[in-house]
Ligand binder design. Structure first.
Ligand code: ZN
Ligand code: MN
Length: 254
């Protein structure tokens, strides 16, 4: 698929940047490197928010930042955890501090609004904490911030109509939504072996010793059956629409 030309913050020069971003929106996709079953690459949680960021930057004449590639710890009930090779994580305290310091550095630029799009389930609380700390110490100034995980924008009615046996977003890991989005955005990266997992883990319960077999099938936490590029395109456009509505509301509040 093709994207409309969007502007990359990192491709500006130092001489250009202050004038270019003055009064504009910056968009930061935050992802991860985490196992995603036998069929998806490690960077699914980066590629999805990156694609949304590029599209959004083009639509609102903003600038996207480079995707944050590493993430908070993957947990067995929401990402398969560290049982699988290739999952790379940062502990929560370091990750929160990193986000806070990076955002503080960014706030030296005269932009107006920051949008953060998260693609990795376990990141969310740390992103919100970093923003809250910055707000508390005044580093954000009067800038507006809207931060969310992309799946939080999907309405319940769409889930009911399109995702039979929806297991909860914690277990939509390497399942029908991520597989469909990848079939739409990066079909060349999706392999053909796509197992289902018949007993998705429950949210909010952590048990040791870990029952590896009941947690996932080869790192897939729910079902992949029904995944398609068509569904992925529909979901991508839905999230884009919801994102525009969210940001317009936010502007009206200012
Ligand atoms: Zn994922
Ligand atoms: Mn993840």
């Amino acid at each position: 698929m093709e994207f409309v030309a969007a502007k990359a913050l990192a491709e500006l020069t130092s001489a250009e940047i202050e004038r270019a971003v003055a009064g504009k929106t910056l968009i930061w996709p935050i992802g991860g490197i985490e196992q995603h079953g036998p069929h998806l690459p490690l960077n699914v949680d980066s590629l999805i928010p990156e694609a949304l960021s590029h599209r959004l930057a083009a639509m609102i004449d903003g600038f996207y930042l480079p995707v944050q590639p590493f993430s908070a710890r993957s947990l067995p009930q929401s990402g398969g955890g560290l049982l699988f090779p290739g999952t790379i994580y940062i502990d929560g305290a370091t990750f929160t501090r990193y986000l806070q310091r990076t955002l503080a550095g960014l706030c030296r630029l005269p932009f107006k609004r920051l949008v953060i799009i998260n693609g990795h389930y376990e990141n969310e609380a740390f992103i919100f904490e970093a923003i809250d700390e910055l707000n508390g110490n005044g580093a954000l100034g009067d800038r507006a911030v809207t931060a969310f995980s992309w799946w939080s924008l999907v309405p319940d009615a769409w889930i009911a109509a399109n995702l039979p046996e929806f297991p909860g977003w914690h277990a939509e890991h390497a399942g029908i939504t991520e597989t469909s989005l990848m079939l739409y955005l990066h079909p060349d990266l999706v392999r053909s072996e796509r197992p289902d997992h018949p007993s998705p883990p429950m949210a909010g319960i952590y048990r040791l010793p870990l029952d590896r077999a009941s947690a996932s099938t080869q790192g897939v936490l729910s079902r992949t059956t029904g995944s398609s590029a068509t569904l992925g395109k529909q979901l991508f456009n839905l999230v884009m629409d919801q994102m525009m509505t969210l940001l317009e509301h936010r502007q009206n509040d200012e």
